[in-house]
Structure formats: C-alpha cells, structure tokens
Design a protein around this ligand. Sequence first.
Ligand SMILES: NC(=O)c1ccc[n+]([C@@H]2O[C@H](COP(=O)([O-])OP(=O)(O)OC[C@H]3O[C@@H](n4cnc5c(N)ncnc54)[C@H](OP(=O)(O)O)[C@@H]3O)[C@@H](O)[C@H]2O)c1
Length: 236
Amino acid sequence: MGIEQKVAVITGASQGIGADLVKAYRDRNYRVVATSRSIKPSDDDAIVAVPGDIADRKTAERAIAEGVTRFGRIDTLVNNAGIFIPKPFTQYTEADYEAYLGTNIAGFFHITQLAIAEMEKRGNGHIVQVTTSLVDNPIAGVPSVLASLTKGGLNAATKSLAIEYAKRGIRVNAIALGTIKTPMHPVETHAQLDALHPIGRMGEISDVVDAILYLESANFVTGEILHVDGGQSAGH
Ligand SMILES: NC(=O)c1ccc[n+]([C@@H]2O[C@H](COP(=O)([O-])OP(=O)(O)OC[C@H]3O[C@@H](n4cnc5c(N)ncnc54)[C@H](OP(=O)(O)O)[C@@H]3O)[C@@H](O)[C@H]2O)c1
C-alpha cells in the first residue's frame, strides 16, 4: 500500500472496455484515475473519477494532477477513450472530423505528454493506445477513413514514442482491435459483425483486458502494435 502502490490512468472509463480496465487494474492492486465525460465518483477510495472531455487539455491536467496529489505517482496510462463513426468518405461532416481529431488525437496528445513528464521523474512507465485493425486491414462495407486516419496516427505515434523513450524506462504499446462487444455496437448487429472475423466471432471485453494486462507485464515489449482481432490482420 501507500506510495509503493502503482497508479494507472484509464481514459474512456465510464463504460465498455475502459470500465472493465478500471476493475482489472484494481484487481492487480493499482490505484486508478478514471476519466471520461460522464464518469461518476466511486465508493472505492483507490479510484479517483475525473469528469471531462479528453480533447480538452484541462481534463488531462486534472487527471494527471489527481493521480500525483492523491496517489503520488503515475505508472500506466491507457489511452482508451475513442469514437468510431463509420461513414462513406464524402458523407463525413466537419463536425465528425473535429470530433475524431479531438477525441482520438488531442485526447491522446495532451494526457500522454503530461503522463510521460511524470513517468520520466521515476524513470519508469507504460502507455497503451487502443486502436483498430481497420488501420491496416480496411474492410469493404465498413467505410471508416477517419478511424484509420486517427487510429493510424496513434499506431505511428506508438512506435515513435517507444523509440524516443526506450532508454528512459518508458514502454509504449498499442492494441489494434477487431470488433468488440461493447455498448458501441447494438446487439442486433452482432451476428453480422461476428462474420467479419476469421475466428467467426466478435471479441469480448475480456479478450482486450487480457491483452493489455499482458503488455503491462511484458517488460521486453515496446513499440508493439498487438492485434487482438480474431485473425483479421492475418487475412480473410
Ligand atoms: N468496440 C469496438 O469494436 C472497438 C474496435 C476498435 C477500437 N475500439 C476502441 O476501443 C476504445 C474503447 O471503445 P469501447 O468499445 O469501449 O467504446 P464505448 O463503449 O463507446 O466507450 C467509449 C468510452 O470513451 C469515452 N469517451 C468518448 N468520447 C470522449 C471524450 N470526448 N472525452 C472523454 N471520454 C470520451 C466514453 O465516456 P463518456 O461518454 O462518459 O465520455 C466511454 O467511456 C475506443 O478507443 C475505441 O475506438 C473499439
């Protein structure tokens, strides 16, 4: 307990993958900063909830400051907040474009910069981006250029940051997901989405959590884009 207990910051923590990551890191005895626009306070005093839009640098500043002042350190950041709006390219609106860049790119940039500044003080840290297998394996019938543009940027930034910080004790990885059963996908779409995966099913949130916990403990792995996609990246 106390100052030796590790601290994870999870973005997009109110539901879906992020909410289960909060539980998984608590199960590993981390203290957790959980942030999203609608996040509610927790009864668990080892979880601090920081409401706010992750595109806004002030949300990132509050999340990292809460981690440092309440828990004393930042060990892990999972950049999980993200949006997915599939549309034919010419139908994307300016508002879609701003939302994608705000949540997926600014939402990564601000909090990652602030988290790394804290990790550098201790010479230790781990950052994970949550991206999509669509970046390198676009699917006919799932047009989603702005997902590829933004999540592809995160994949590239993952490798770049991994090399920049490799000798300073900070590992940087990403998981590129197939379609996962979260509130993002209504149940009536699941059968159709199952068929998009060579394994024949959508992913479960536990498949994603297991992959992130693997990366957490994989001390010789950095700059990895780990595909958790039921075989989509292998072919079809
Ligand atoms: N599910 C999939 O099939 C799939 C596939 C590939 C990649 N991913 C990625 O996996 C991550 C998690 O997805 P999910 O399926 O768990 O999605 P989800 O159920 O829709 O949850 C998204 C989370 O992000 C938060 N969020 C969204 N916009 C935000 C903003 N502007 N500021 C702060 N928080 C924001 C939401 O909370 P609030 O509404 O409270 O802000 C929510 O907690 C995302 O990055 C997504 O792109 C998912």
